[in-house]
Design a protein around this ligand. Structure first.
Ligand code: NAD
Length: 492
């Protein structure tokens, strides 16, 4: 394959189609200060340590946020314990299920408001929050509501018991969805929860607490504490916690593993990834281009399972890269609240810096850097153009490390064995995509891949009934489906 070392970095702008602005107009009031939600009540939180949550599309602050003190975390854990040993632990599964159904319905009723709020706080396009994040969050509550009175079927021949109080720490890339992945199965199984949202995206979780009040969830069943990493460390280290569920980076996951080691706490970790697409020459190429674009650019690469390593069969590599470039030139980058936007803002200045750091490394490693979009990136806010890195090696840092941005590396292979070897040559093992019209090749490749999830002729497809999780440094434990119940149950 002849990988052209294109001019770099080059913004290719198609500019042929002009769209009228189509901003989402639904008004959302944001309280200027966000505290915590403890024992069924909103509390202001301490003055000390307050920080701001920023709209990444404008770099302007949306609200100040409190950082929970050790006393506040203690109060939240104690409230959760009281609720678990009292009302929630004694409630029948059918009654618990009714609360989950109510939460799901309220989320649906307030879906537009949540979509706008999530887009403002996270920077992802409204199209994503409206069509993916919020509907899927509601679906998770519906799905686990159905399980609440049928837990015996999840552990046949044994009796299910709740684990107790769950400490849950989540990242910023899918704030409401990650919250639903954590809270819905925990509550269905009779546990209570103290959850810490990411410090850069606390707003949808705090609004979710309004829903908890609206549906009359007993106080203490769900508690939310805000704050940075140090708050998360205090929470997972609290001796009153029975189970820790963490989603975030592999580095922090390792740290949490060390904290929890030697205690009675159960642990599940959903960590980072460097997932590969394998595209065979017999794939439906237009469909594959769309899947690859969806897997890395539509969400600014802010997906744990982002398909960030593209492996192309050598004979189609040039054609495929050309097709990708053409499609990339039609991607609209800009205001995430505009319904035409494909690529929104990077969540924070720190994350943008991290991506730029990897771009410097790409240059040092001699990669061909090609950037394309239908329009220039806005000058204010945190934006990064969709980027292809060609001419890279398997051993390059940009191929091995998680960039967590809209950056796709391109490599080639000649045989299915080589494709699998390259895909598996990673410390991660979260997801993979296989593109071929040949079923035997599809199954053969999928079975040989070291990944928790393998999508066939599609990518980033989620369903609450389907378990999700990684292997190796991408973590352990599953969220979603029947397997998502097990970490929250003691089967005796
Ligand atoms: P991060 O690890 O920096 O932070 C995640 C959460 O952990 C945040 O709430 C943070 O405040 C908290 N935290 C930080 N240090 C902590 C500590 N010492 N103890 C306890 N909590 C601590 O990750 P991030 O930048 O918010 O998210 C991006 C990462 O998350 C990426 O690596 C991505 O792949 C991963 N992720 C994985 C999945 C999955 O399902 N496998 C899903 C989403 C995101």
């Amino acid at each position: 394959m002849t990988m052209t070392q294109d001019d770099r970095p080059t913004l290719k702008i198609a500019g042929a189609i002009e769209f009228s602005p189509a901003p989402e107009g639904h008004p959302v009031d944001i309280r200027p200060h966000q505290g915590h939600f403890i024992d069924g009540m909103f509390v202001e939180g301490a003055e000390e340590g307050r920080f701001q949550t920023i709209d990444p599309a404008t770099a302007r602050p949306l609200a100040t946020v409190a950082a929970a003190t050790a006393q506040e975390i203690d109060a939240a854990v104690k409230a959760a314990r009281k609720a678990q040993q009292g009302v929630w632990g004694r409630m029948s599964g059918a009654e618990r299920g009714k609360f989950l159904y109510r939460i799901a319905r309220r989320l649906q009723e307030r879906a537009r408001e949540f979509a706008v709020l999530e887009t403002m706080d996270n920077g992802k396009p409204i199209r994503e929050t409206r069509d993916v994040d919020v509907p899927l969050a509601a679906q998770h509550f519906f799905y686990y509501a159905g399980w609440a009175d049928k837990l015996g079927y999840a552990v046949p021949g044994r009796t299910p018991h709740p684990v107790g109080v769950a400490a849950q720490v989540i990242p910023w890339n899918f704030p409401l969805l990650m919250l639903s992945w954590k809270i819905a199965p925990a509550l269905a199984c009779g546990n209570t929860v103290v959850l810490k949202p990411s410090e850069t995206t606390p707003l949808s979780a705090m609004r979710f607490a309004q829903i908890l009040q609206e549906v009359g969830l007993p106080p203490g069943v769900v508690n939310l504490v805000n704050g940075p990493g140090a708050t998360g460390a205090l929470l997972v280290g609290h001796e009153g916690v029975d189970k820790v569920a963490f989603t975030g980076s592999t580095g922090v996951g390792r740290h949490i593993m060390r904290t929890v080691a030697g205690t009675k706490k159960k642990l599940t970790l959903e960590l980072g990834g460097k997932s590969a697409h394998i595209v065979y020459r017999d794939a439906a190429l237009t469909q594959a281009v769309e899947g690859v674009i969806d897997g890395i650019f539509f969400n600014q690469g802010h997906v744990c399972c982002a398909g960030s390593r593209l492996l192309l069969e050598a004979s189609i590599a040039d054609e495929f890269v050309e097709r990708l470039k053409i499609r990339m030139q039609s991607l609209r980058i800009g205001n995430p609240l505009d319904k035409n936007t494909d690529v929104g803002a990077i969540n924070s200045a720190a994350q943008l810096q991290r991506i730029q750091h990897y771009m410097d490394i790409a240059e040092q490693e001699g990669a061909g850097i090609w950037q394309g979009a239908a329009c220039p990136a806005p000058s204010e806010g945190f934006f990064h153009l969709p980027t292809l890195l060609t001419g890279v090696q398997q051993s390059d840092t940009v191929v091995r490390e998680e960039i967590f941005g809209p950056v796709l590396t391109v490599l080639t292979f000649r045989t299915p064995e080589e494709a699998v070897a390259k895909a598996n040559d990673s410390e991660y093992g979260l997801a993979a995509g296989v593109w071929t019209e040949k079923t035997a090749k599809l199954f053969g490749t999928a079975h040989a891949l070291n990944a928790g999830v393998v999508w066939a002729n599609g990518y980033n497809l989620f369903d609450p009934a389907s378990p999700f999780g990684g292997v190796r440094h991408s973590g352990f434990g599953r969220e979603g489906g029947i397997a998502g119940l097990w970490p929250y149950l003691e089967a005796r």
